[in-house]
Design a protein around this ligand. Structure first.
Ligand code: DNO
Length: 348
């Protein structure tokens, strides 16, 4: 297991030198954020990013994300141009030493929450998803914006892209994903980059848009679309675990034993009645996911991929990017490393 930390570049209030000070941290997970979705990242930008990171004694072996252009998800004629660009990005990143690329295939929106600063009983704040509030959200009013969402849409642009999804149901989305994978996985194989799809968060259709990377049956189907080690998963315990139909520990065990998990996002969520959930501290009893069992499943299967502590709460007065402050994620990192060290030492 290689422990990593997400870093949003020079504008991130969490500085590389702070990340380096977390014991057992090997590298950061980042991206080139200045290029519009679908375009080729300039090689210089990639190399400069790498140099900044290496100068601070950290590695840049995982990219999160190279976003997939909407035309690819929609299966439009224009997709081929964007797929060629995507292949070029894989090749360029491989040349700069990148080993894993994380991406997702969620239509229009990335991860969704109904509030980013819910005050919990202990005074910390966390990201939450309350069903009642979700039903009141109007994704088309142009006012909704969450971290991770493509912010380049105008209100009109959003309406247009929504309209294009009218005829894209889950089966069409599967076809479009298959087309994309059949093009890019051979390229990834040739240059030694493992592709790792991120599950949909939450793992079911929202706002009338289809979502397919959602549960065990669909993950099985995904892995078979191109049955190659290079077509793998970013296994996010929080995204899959916020729906009670997913048995996260069992799924980690299964996909790790198949060698198809290349990147782990480890975080905890507390499931409430009616499908709502609150993000919680990593510590098992704070949420509904048994993090020790997740780590045991990885250890048992000799997991050698990358792992990062995912979303943290805001604690100790920290302000910053929701889910991505320093303190709670650093606590999570140490908790995870502690479990891992114990598992290593108890293995005879
Ligand atoms: C949320 C993240 C996601 C993830 C993308 C991958 O915090 O895990 O935004 O980066 O879905 O493409």
């Amino acid at each position: 297991m290689k422990l990593t930390f997400r870093w949003y570049g020079d504008s991130d209030p969490v500085k590389l030198q702070y990340i380096r000070q977390i014991p057992s941290m090997t590298g950061v997970v980042t991206a080139v954020y200045t290029v519009p979705v679908g375009e080729v990242w300039p090689k210089d930008d990639i190399e400069n990013l790498k140099k900044t990171i290496h100068d601070r004694g950290l590695e840049m072996e995982v990219i999160e994300s190279v976003p997939v252009h909407e035309d690819i998800k929609l299966g439009l004629q224009t997709r081929d141009k964007y797929i060629e660009n995507y292949k070029q990005n894989i090749l360029n990143l491989a040349e700069s030493g990148v080993k894993v690329i994380c991406y997702n295939f969620m239509p229009v929106f990335d991860w969704t929450r109904t509030q980013l600063d819910k005050v919990l009983a202990d005074g910390s704040t966390a990201l939450v998803y309350y069903m009642e509030d979700l039903l009141k959200m109007d994704p088309l009013n142009g006012e909704l914006s969450l971290p991770g969402w493509d912010s380049s849409y105008t209100k009109e642009g959003l309406r247009e892209v929504f309209a294009k999804y009218k005829n894209v149901d889950e089966e069409v989305l599967w076809k479009n994903l298959e087309y994309f994978l059949k093009e890019i996985i051979p390229v990834a194989e040739n240059c030694g980059v493992k592709m790792a799809i991120h599950p949909d968060d939450p793992p079911y259709n929202i706002f009338g848009l289809p979502r397919i990377i959602t549960n065990e049956q669909n993950l099985d189907r995904f892995l078979k679309l191109v049955d190659s080690e290079y077509n793998g998963l970013t296994f996010c315990t929080g995204s899959l675990g916020c729906a009670s139909f997913n048995d996260v520990v069992k799924m980690v065990d299964k996909y790790a034993s198949l060698g198809r998990i290349h990147f782990m996002h480890v975080r905890n969520v507390k499931l409430l009645s009616d499908g709502s959930f609150e993000e919680s501290a990593h510590y098992s009893s704070c949420g509904s996911i048994d993090i020790v069992k997740v780590m045991e499943a990885l250890h048992k299967n000799n997991f050698t991929g990358y792992l990062r502590p995912d979303h943290g709460r805001m604690i100790w007065g920290e302000t910053g990017r929701p889910g991505y402050g320093l303190y709670d994620r650093a606590l999570g990192a140490m908790y995870i490393s502690g479990i891992w060290e114990t598992l290593n030492k108890s293995k005879k």
